[in-house]
Design a protein around this ligand. Structure first.
Ligand SMILES: [Fe+2]
Length: 212
């Protein structure tokens, strides 16, 4: 068993804690133990791609699997789906505080592969409650770690765009990192800026409903 901290409850060094932007919580959580499973999960995703031309949603180019990946029987992918649901549930419980919830259910999940020049148009994931994305392989953006570059970043938009005069920048960008999950309210409009790396970017996205 790995001694890396990858517990659902978080640790002192890596607590479950939202970042708030324009009054909206976004959780970012690294799952170090997922890294050893990646080769097997990537192989499984390419096997699905070989027999499935995929669907078009917000993706502009690239490949988007069907949205039933959460029902897969592939062991390592099931492990990842289970971890994502477990960690997301902890995040949601952190957000809910004293407000009781009965359950959190994953209602859809799908894989994405973005190649050079691919991007995702602005969209939201209503009518679900929470949505997430996990980076299996974030690829290699041509701009490296340059924080000013928007290449391949996920941009979340302020639902009430008041602007900088009111100390509310119109959007916030997150740089995808392999082995890291982002969790956000499904109503939050977001997009992915074009990615230009040579290496395909592989991610797994999902939708959750809270049962009260
Ligand atoms: Fe999305």
């Amino acid at each position: 068993m790995s001694n890396e901290s990858d517990t659902a409850a978080g640790t002192a060094a890596d607590p479950i804690q939202a970042r708030w932007h324009f009054g909206v919580p976004i959780y970012e959580k690294h799952l170090p133990r997922s890294l050893e499973k990646m080769p097997s999960i990537i192989q499984h995703i390419y096997r699905i791609k070989d027999r499935d031309t995929g669907i078009t949603r917000s993706n502009q180019g690239g490949w988007h699997s069907g949205d039933r990946l959460h029902t897969t029987k592939h062991e390592d992918t099931r492990w990842l789906i289970h971890r994502l649901l477990q960690v997301s549930t902890q995040c949601i419980k952190d957000f809910e505080g004293d407000r009781p919830i009965k359950d959190v259910r994953m209602v859809s999940a799908w894989a994405n592969i973005n190649y050079q020049g691919n991007w995702n148009a602005p969209h939201e994931h209503l009518p679900c409650t929470w949505s997430g994305v996990f980076y299996i392989d974030s690829g290699e953006p041509t701009t490296g770690d340059d924080e000013r570059s928007l290449e391949g970043k996920v941009l979340f938009f302020d639902p009430m765009p008041l602007g900088r005069e009111w100390k509310r920048p119109p959007n916030v960008g997150y740089r995808p990192v392999s082995g890291t999950m982002l969790l956000f309210p499904s109503f939050l409009t977001h997009m992915v800026a074009p990615y230009f790396g040579d290496k395909p970017r592989i991610s797994l996205a999902f939708n959750l409903n809270v049962v009260r």
